[in-house]
Design a protein. Structure first.
Length: 201
C-alpha cells in the first residue's frame, strides 16, 4: 500500500508492519529539498510501521537535497536511491545497513567531489561504495580494502576489469551482490580472523 506520509512516499507492508521509502512518481509534486530527516517509524491508521528500507530510485534526481539523515532502523539502501542528487554533500550510513544497491550515490555532490575519493575508491561511513581503478594492466592489478570497512556495496568493483586480486579485512561483515564481479579476478584474500567470511567461501 502506497502512502505519502509527512511529505515522503512509502510502501507499507501490512503484514510485517514495515515501510519502504519509494520513488514519488508524481514528479511535479516532488518537494524534497534541504535536509531530509528520515524517520525510524511512521504511523498510518493508528498502526506503527518501522522504516526499514530506502527503495530503488527513492530520491532519484532530487537535486535540491543537501543532506540526508538515515535512522538506525534502515537495513537496505536500494539501487540508484540517491542517484542524481547533485547537491547532496552529507549523508550518514548507520551500522544497521546491510546492503547498498548499485549506483545508490552516483552523480551526487559526494560522488562528484574528487576530495571524497581515497586511492580511487569512495568510502562512506565505513562502507565501500565504488571503486574506479584505471583500465590498464600496469596500474593497480591488486587492491586492498581499507581496515575498518564493514560493507562492500553491490557491484562496487564491477568496472575494474583488469583487477587480479582483492584483499578483504576482518572488519567486513557484508559483501553485496556482484560486488567482486571482476572479469579477470583470480584471487580473493580474506584476513584469517574475519568472523563472517573466509577465503574458502
Amino acid at each position: 500500500m502506497k502512502k505519502n506520509i509527512g511529505g515522503i512516499m512509502y510502501c507499507l507492508n501490512l503484514e510485517t508492519k514495515t515501510a519502504e521509502i519509494i520513488k514519488n512518481e508524481k514528479i511535479f509534486e516532488n518537494t524534497y529539498e534541504g535536509t531530509i530527516n528520515i524517520p525510524s517509524q511512521i504511523t498510518y491508521g493508528s498502526v506503527n510501521y518501522y522504516v526499514t528500507s530506502i527503495g530503488e530510485e527513492a530520491f532519484y534526481d532530487c537535486n535540491h537535497i543537501n543532506s540526508v539523515i538515515i535512522p538506525n532502523s534502515i537495513v537496505n539502501i536500494g539501487a540508484n536511491a540517491f542517484c542524481g542528487c547533485t547537491r547532496l554533500t552529507s549523508v550518514n550510513i548507520p551500522s544497521t545497513v546491510q546492503s547498498i544497491g548499485y549506483g545508490a550515490f552516483n552523480d551526487t555532490g559526494i560522488y562528484n567531489n574528487p576530495a571524497n575519493w581515497d586511492n580511487d575508491a569512495l568510502y562512506l561511513s565505513k562502507c565501500l561504495i565504488d571503486v574506479k581503478i584505471p583500465l590498464t594492466f600496469e596500474i593497480k592489478v591488486a587492491y586492498t580494502i581499507k581496515e575498518s570497512t564493514r560493507l562492500i556495496a553491490n557491484s562496487a568493483f564491477s568496472r575494474c576489469i583488469f583487477l587480479r586480486s582483492i584483499t578483504i579485512p576482518n572488519s567486513v561483515a557484508h559483501i553485496g551482490d556482484w560486488a567482486l564481479d571482476c572479469k579477470n579476478l583470480i584471487s580473493i584474500i580474506i584476513e584469517s580472523n574475519n568472523p563472517y567470511y573466509s577465503s574458502k567461501n
